[in-house]
Design a protein around this ligand. Structure first.
Ligand SMILES: Nc1ncnc2c1ncn2[C@@H]1O[C@H](COP(=O)(O)OP(=O)(O)O)[C@@H](O)[C@H]1O
Ligand SMILES: [Mg+2]
Length: 227
């Protein structure tokens, strides 16, 4: 397939080894052609974060091809590692493309804050936000930077259940939006989150399984755990 024909993300027999020779991804092929919330599970060290680095082109594969028509944005477990500024507004000002005029910037920032349920918090110092609010601010940053592929690397791992739900709810809302569809790939160890996705896959043996309903992957992993 030519890259111009693809709307979404496609891995075609991608292989990647780190400099020490460890092969982490091997002949991996998969695609995501529809917006939605796609979840990825796999043991520690199975290569999930490496896969995100490949998608966002921080690293390049030794062989195979990656086509991506979407603009990716990475988000990590700990929001303190990616929020840099003193207030929500100044943080988002950093993310707005420089092509916007000042008055447009303000509209874009307001709209993104509304979309992540932080409408009233524009002038709040970031250090006063809860973990869930910080993660949603990081999501707003991705939105104002015009990203339409969210790469969420265990975004709820450090959050309490209430904050966890607030992030999941917002990501679901964004990925289900008909006007401005977003694609999200969400790495999780919290298997109960699988019930909220549009499809789930397992990263094992250096490759990704087919996308299946989240409930099916949940059952598959639970039955392995009790054996
Ligand atoms: N920067 C790096 N340099 C060398 N090896 C790495 C690097 N990052 C990850 N690895 C190795 O790649 C493998 C997969 O790691 P990672 O992608 O972080 O897995 P996961 O996110 O699934 O826990 C591990 O063996 C890890 O040690
Ligand atoms: Mg990881």
């Amino acid at each position: 397939m030519k890259s111009t024909e693809l709307n979404g993300l496609l891995f075609d027999k991608v292989s990647f080894s780190w400099a020490n020779g460890t092969r982490v991804i091997d002949q991996c092929s998969f695609s995501i052609k529809k917006n939605g919330l796609w979840m990825l599970v796999g043991k520690n060290g199975s290569g999930k974060s490496t896969l995100f680095r490949l998608i966002s082109r921080v690293i390049t594969p030794q062989s195979g091809k990656i086509f991506c028509s979407l603009k990716p944005s990475l988000m990590f477990q700990n929001p303190d590692h990616q929020l840099l500024m003193p207030t929500c507004k100044s943080e988002l000002m950093l993310c707005v493309p420089k092509t916007f005029a000042l008055n447009e910037m303000s509209d874009v920032i307001h709209s993104a804050m509304e979309k992540v349920d932080l409408g009233e918090m524009l002038d709040r110092p970031i250090h006063t936000l809860s973990g869930g609010q910080k993660q949603r601010l990081a999501l707003a940053g991705a939105l104002v930077s015009n990203s339409n592929l969210l790469l969420l690397d265990e975004p709820t791992a450090l959050l309490d259940p209430e904050s966890q739900n607030s992030v999941l709810k917002v990501v679901r809302k964004l990925t289900a939006s008909s006007s401005n569809p977003i694609t999200a790939i969400w790495v999780t160890h919290r298997l109960e989150e699988l019930f909220f996705c549009d499809g789930a896959a397992i990263l094992e043996n250096r490759s990704i399984s087919d996308w299946k309903p989240g409930s099916e992957v949940f059952q598959q992993l639970k039955s392995l755990a009790v054996r």
